[in-house]
Write a protein that binds this ligand. Sequence first.
Ligand SMILES: [Zn+2]
Ligand SMILES: [Zn+2]
Length: 340
Amino acid sequence: MPTAMPELRQNPATKEWVIIATERSRRPEELGSGPAQFAPNEHDHCPFCPGKEKATPPELLAYRAYGTEANSPGWWIRIIPNAFPALVPQGIPERFKVEDFFTYMEGLGDHEVIIESPEHQQTIALMEQKQVEEIFLAYRERYLALARDPRFEMVILFKNHGASAGTSLRHPHSQIIATPITPLHIRNRIESAMHYFDDSGTCVYCDMIAKEQKVGARIVSESNNFIVFEPFASRSPFETWVVPKKHASSFETITPENAKELAFVMRGVLRKIYCSLSNPDYNLVLRSAPVHEKNVEYYHWHIMILPRVSAVAGFELGSGIYINTVIPEEAAKFLRENTD
Ligand SMILES: [Zn+2]
Ligand SMILES: [Zn+2]
């Protein structure tokens, strides 16, 4: 298949953007073969393991032992461009019309992989606290770097853990994608929060935190600066939010000290999920304001963890209404009482 640059296409009826990135795909005739499974010998072929540095694009950043060379072993965190990027750092952030009707953009953006440990079998829930702190400091460092690029609107950090959460490699890693547009999904959230702000003069997330603290039933854990809870209207079992208590619309403004505290809180909640749900597959997403709206009163950054304990089916896709089979208050109690 010829390699082609990715592109962004907009659905004119819904205003949703889609990335067309053919390099990432298996061939169309292979798409019917079901989800990717980990091969029994995947460890031998893993490009993220130490000693395989030349099998990946050259590193953008690594936390490595003094005196070790770039793209060689000796690192404990390594950040590389994704070898099969959804978006690429070339092009201009302009909309074009095609066929005299449709809107498209070049697939401008950035797509990086954060390799979270040299150990193939590790997972955040089981790592030492220090290693998790380094991961969150690396998240912060790359977020700040991408947010500085004036061509980008959004920086989206996420993690797919396990085959049903969409990962094809077991080696612990997360990803960061910068986009030249604000996706509709994010725009809708921001607009809802903005309307709430217009009515009340307060941030809906700040108000939600105050309410959760008052009620208590949905809180999983708390630290000085972060609160972990199951949202009142969790879409699926054990949907978990980690939210800074002090108002901040963008992850960009987090201090290194708070990033370390966040690492402590995240490790704790991921351990609870690992232990009480037997290491479920999960997705983790950092939701932050668009980079040009980084200090606004109406939006509040947070992390969402979504264990893949139930499948999204036709009704959810057709209606946007999720059916959650676990009461959020009970999910919170279950996680709260799990002390590993
Ligand atoms: Zn590996
Ligand atoms: Zn707030």
